[in-house]
Design a protein around this ligand. Sequence first.
Ligand code: ACO
Length: 333
Amino acid sequence: MRRTGIVAGIGSAVPARTVTNHQLAERMDTSDQWIRSRTGIAERRVIEPGTSTSDLAVEAGLRALRSAGTDRVDAVVLATATPDHQVPATAPAVAARLDLPGVPAYDVSAVCTGFLYGLSSGLGLIAQEAADTVLVIGADAFTTIIDPTDRNTAPIFGDGAGAVVLRAGAPDEPGAVAAMELGSDGRLAELIIVPAGGSRQRSSGVPAAPGDHFMLMQGREVFKHAVVRMTDSARSVLARAGWPLDSVDLLVGHQANARILHSVAEQLGLPPERAFLNLDRYGNTAAGSIPLALHEAAATGVLKPGDRVLTAAFGAGTTWGAACLTWPDVSAG
Ligand code: ACO
């Protein structure tokens, strides 16, 4: 039988500090009512100065390892778009802090679809027999690249991380990904972009202005593409897995906007209550979003062993993807 990766543990981490909509409204022209009604977000978590993405990644990784009942894995994949440094990648530092020096460790950059790309990479390592166990972490600290006074982005993003441990197993086991799809369209790269900091800005020879290091987002356009791509990918993975729509117990989509998730559920024909939401408390945590939501859904009993879960994401790049799996009997702490 084909060898694949099985979800064997899950964990997450968020910073302690909460910033409410009311606090944001004190420093920009917005309101709690606008943010709640247009996004579903009430508050988000923000890292303290002196901490960074790797701190969240290590904490989520440790919890996932504990949930899997192990302290060893053969590889670490870190999905992030807010690495600690441009060079080197953040994953080796995370692996070292998890007391895993020597294992292959690398970053995957697909922004809000990052966790699904990272998951696919981890599954590939197992399928190739390059690893028997892989820690896949999604972690981002977008508040470090957001203009704190920009009402187009500051209300939307928060910091957070989630992680899963994959172990080698068979495709018919609970916890095996039944189908996955990934996609990209770089023609839409300008929709969500940080202009400075990369080789393009430097090669232009024009010094970056301070604001060029902040992320810019054309929210309305992103919204439209997100609904279409997430819905199409979700339909496609359900067809490939041979799962009828009414067999899906929970849609755990990328937590960008409650209206996006409700639109995806509606387009698919799923009742809105089957779309899991925790963005009210965390906002959009980019690559952290899906594993953070899966962990919370499992820890609170909303997602139970044996449930069929569908996940889908859309992000900068642009990138998108979906995956479906039967939830395994893992400890969610
Ligand atoms: N407070 C008050 N008013 C605001 C705010 C705000 N924070 N932001 C915008 N407005 C105003 C606008 O100026 C506009 O006013 P106007 O009609 O007078 O011009 C009005 O509200 C409507 O603005 P829209 O941009 O059309 O608002 P929309 O309903 O589209 O909501 C939002 C904006 C929340 C950003 C939404 O478009 C969205 O969620 N987009 C998707 C974001 C996303 O999915 N990102 C995921 C990928 S991100 C990544 O990968 C990093």
